[in-house]
Write a protein that binds this ligand. Sequence first.
Ligand SMILES: *Cc1c(COP(=O)(O)O)cnc(C)c1O
Length: 366
Amino acid sequence: MGWEKRVRRVVPYVPGEQPKESGIIKLNTNENPYPPSGAVRIAMDAINEGKLRLYPDPAASELVGAIAEVYGLSEKEVFVGVGSDDVLAMAFMTFFHSGEPILFPDITYSFYDVWADLLRIPYEKQPLDGDFHIDPEDYKKPNGGIVFPNPNAPTGAFLPLQYVEEIVAANPDSVVIVDEAYVDFGGESALPLIRKYDNLMIAQTFSKSRSLAGLRIGFAMGNEKLIAYLNDVKYSFNSYTMNRPAIALASAAVRDEGHFEECCRKIIATREKAQEDFRTLGFRLEDSCANFVFVTHPDADAETIFNYLKSRKIYVRWFNKPRIRNYLRITIGTDGEMEHLMTVLAECPGIAERLSGREQDGIRTE
Ligand SMILES: *Cc1c(COP(=O)(O)O)cnc(C)c1O
């Protein structure tokens, strides 16, 4: 098959499993356990009346306008896409075009190296320190661009804004992308910095904090010129990335700030309680600023716990990768789901022995 040598060959990103079985507690892909804003249902009725015969607005102005209003920006400072994966892929294509290596952490969102490979962008991974934190000094060397999530995934660690600013300020000749997929769960957005630095792009998503993973809505915020470059690439690829239902439903959702704040508050409260419970079971973890925790256990290896939980119909995420092979990333579900998780974990081989050993020795759990 001679044509195969002309094929673009890539090792694709592997998303978390989407089980077909019912009765699963699904804590493996950082979805929100609560339903989206009630306003989404009302907007859905409007779609049923049917304008689907017609192409959508290529600029998705209704949604861009709603995001701009809620975040206090001009419409020219906002770009929307089919989930932040689409926004980030467009941004890689647009801003990382110099041929010089881009920089991102060694432990991070596993789509970055996939896009870089796909688009033939050279990259250099910067190792997180022993506690899995980003060292801003690693990002003060010649580069073709920088990208990192804040809070980082899958660690949940937040890099304080002063360090984000240091990185952006040290790199006026390349674009710095801060992927804020989880910022609503306890981080602080770098958004105020976009008016100070024209090389900063912020990406956010409706998939996590707005309970709309199924709709595929992401957005970027940055100065007008940067957003205009993104739109040029988008219109050269596909004019109609955002479909009519997505534009209508996401516009309704973003305007319902009360529902959004209430959901985030609940998830943060559940996370704080879950972190205590994990520690009681002997897990080691750093405080998370996201809607997931990143945990390891001294007496049970992560792969064993992962398979054990799966056999008990609880899905979490295990990455078979250097440095993090013995960690699990567990999404924060409802209080009920987390209580069930803790009960099941207490029966897991390794963890159970540790707990009963402690009882026998009369040692209190940490
Ligand atoms: C979930 C996630 C995304 C992508 O989310 P979309 O569903 O495509 O909007 C991007 N970056 C990070 C770090 C994520 O965890």
